[in-house]
Design a protein around this ligand. Structure first.
Ligand SMILES: *Cc1c(COP(=O)(O)O)cnc(C)c1O
Length: 397
C-alpha cells in the first residue's frame, strides 16, 4: 500500500467555487433561506440533506475548509474554530464531563496548561500532568475515570517528540481517547494515521502561516464532529467559537502552499541547528542525531517534510536571552515576538512568555531553562547570511 501523503490527499479534494472560480467562494451570509417551513423544520432535526441553516452551525465556506483539513489528516471529518484554544477546549469539553480525568503532558502550550490546571478543576474535571515521553508514567497515571490522553506531537518549547503509535496502544487498552495537538508539525506528522482519535490545531501558526489571524481546527471521526455541533448539546455549537468565513477562505488558500512552506522551514531549521552546533551553541532540534527522539521521529514522520521549523537554544539567563533577541531584531534576523510558523523568523524566551503560565518550579522540573530562546525559523532564502548576523549578535552577549 502506498504511504499516506497529506499533501496529495489535500490536493485531491480541491474544488472550484461558484461560477467556476478557482478558489472557494466566500459565503457572506449568517442565515440561509428555505423553500418552506417544513424544509426548515427538517433541517433543525438534522435532516437537511446538505442544506445550510445558520452560520454558527455550518456554512459553505467553513465546510469546504473543514473538508480539506480532513483530507490532509486522513480523518472522516473536521471542524474549524476562531482560535486554537477554541479547538482544544471544545474538543476536551466534548469528551469530558464532571467527574472525568485526563492524563496530559506537563509540557503543553501555556494556554492549554492553564486551561487544564486552573479552569477544568472548577467543573470537577481533573488532570494528571506527566511526561508523555515516558510511556510507563502515562500508563500508571490512568484511572478508572480517565477519558482522555492528551499530548503534543512536537512539544512546546522543549521539542520532544511523542510516540503516538505507543500512546495509541495504551489508550485503546484502557478505553480512553488519544488527542494530539499537531500545531508544530502539520504534514510532517499525520497523527490520525498513527492511531490518534482526535487531532487539534492552532491554524494561527504554520497552517495559515501569515500571522494575520487566529484560527483552530479539530480533525476526527464523523461521529465526533457531529457530536460537537449537535444543536441540543454540542460543545462547539453551544459555546459558539466559530471561524469567520472571510478568514476561512484565506486560510483555505494558504493550505495549498503548506507543503512547500514546511519543507523550506525544515530545511532552514536543520541548517541553522547545525550552524549553532558548529560554533559551540547547544541547539535542541529533532533533526539532530543527538536529539533523544531523533530515531523515533524518523520512524513515525512523513519524511519528505523534514524535522520542522522550531529550534531552541539556551542562553542560560533571561537577561542574556533578552539582550541577544533585541540585537537580533536590530540586525534584521527576525522579530522578538511570540507565535510561530511565520514566513519571517520569530524568537522569544519561552519561560518569560508563552510558557509563563507554567510556574517556575514546574518549568525547572520539565528542564525548561530560564534562558531558553525558541526560534520559529522563517523561509529565508539565504541562511548563510542570516547566520552571519546571528553570530555577530551572539558575540556581543
Ligand atoms: C498557539 C498554540 C495554541 C493556541 O492557539 P491560538 O490560536 O493562539 O488560540 C495551542 N497549541 C499550540 C501548540 C500552540 O502553539
Amino acid at each position: 500500500m502506498k504511504k499516506f501523503d497529506p499533501a496529495t490527499s489535500l490536493e485531491s479534494v480541491h474544488e472550484l467555487g461558484a461560477y467556476n472560480g478557482v478558489n472557494q467562494s466566500i459565503n457572506d451570509s449568517a442565515t440561509f433561506a428555505f423553500e418552506d417551513g417544513n424544509a426548515m423544520e427538517a433541517c433543525f432535526h438534522g435532516e437537511g440533506g446538505g442544506a445550510f441553516l445558520y452560520s454558527r452551525h455550518w456554512n459553505p465556506t467553513n465546510y469546504s475548509l473543514a473538508k480539506a483539513l480532513a483530507a490532509m489528516e486522513g480523518t472522516e471529518a473536521a471542524w474549524v474554530t476562531g482560535s486554537g484554544m477554541a479547538a482544544i477546549t471544545n474538543a476536551i469539553l466534548q469528551v469530558c464531563t464532571a467527574g472525568d480525568h485526563i492524563v496530559a503532558t506537563r509540557t503543553s502550550y501555556g494556554g492549554t496548561f492553564a486551561f487544564m490546571k486552573n479552569w477544568l478543576p472548577k467543573y470537577n474535571i481533573t488532570v494528571s500532568f506527566v511526561n508523555t515521553c515516558d510511556l510507563e508514567e502515562v500508563e500508571n497515571a490512568i484511572q478508572d475515570n480517565t477519558k482522555l490522553i492528551y499530548t503534543e506531537t512536537i512539544d512546546n518549547p522543549m521539542l520532544e517528540i511523542a510516540d503516538i503509535p505507543s500512546l495509541a496502544k495504551i489508550s485503546k487498552a484502557h478505553n480512553t481517547l488519544l488527542m494530539i495537538d499537531n500545531t508544530f508539525s502539520p504534514m510532517i506528522f499525520s497523527p490520525a494515521q498513527l492511531g490518534a482519535d482526535i487531532v487539534v490545531y492552532s491554524m494561527t501558526k504554520f497552517i495559515n502561516g501569515k500571522n494575520d489571524t487566529t484560527a483552530g481546527a479539530i480533525c476526527a471521526s464523523m461521529d465526533f464532529i457531529n457530536s460537537l455541533i449537535d444543536l441540543n448539546d454540542g460543545t462547539s455549537m453551544l459555546l459558539g467559537g466559530v471561524l469567520d468565513t472571510y478568514r476561512a477562505a484565506n486560510i483555505h488558500k494558504n493550505l495549498y502552499t503548506l507543503a512547500i512552506r514546511m519543507k523550506q522551514h525544515s530545511k532552514n531549521a536543520l541548517d541553522l541547528a547545525n550552524k549553532f552546533e558548529s560554533i559551540g551553541i547547544k541547539a535542541s532540534y529533532p533533526g539532530l542525531e543527538k536529539h533523544p527522539q531523533h530515531e523515533l521521529m524518523k520512524a513515525t514522520m512523513n519524511e519528505e517534510y523534514g524535522f520542522g521549523g522550531m529550534i531552541a537554544i539556551d542562553l542560560e539567563t533571561p537577561d542574556r536571552a533578552s539582550q541577544f533577541m533585541a540585537l537580533m531584531q536590530k540586525e534584521g534576523v527576525g522579530y522578538l515576538a511570540v507565535s510561530l510558523g511565520y514566513f519571517r523568523t520569530l524568537f522569544s524566551n519561552s519561560g518569560k512568555s508563552t510558557s509563563s503560565e507554567i510556574p517556575e518550579e514546574e518549568q525547572k522540573k520539565m528542564g525548561l531553562s530560564p534562558g531558553l530562546v525558541r526560534y520559529s525559523v522563517g523561509l529565508d532564502n539565504d541562511m548563510d547570511a542570516t547566520f552571519e548576523k546571528i553570530k555577530k549578535c551572539y558575540a556581543m552577549v
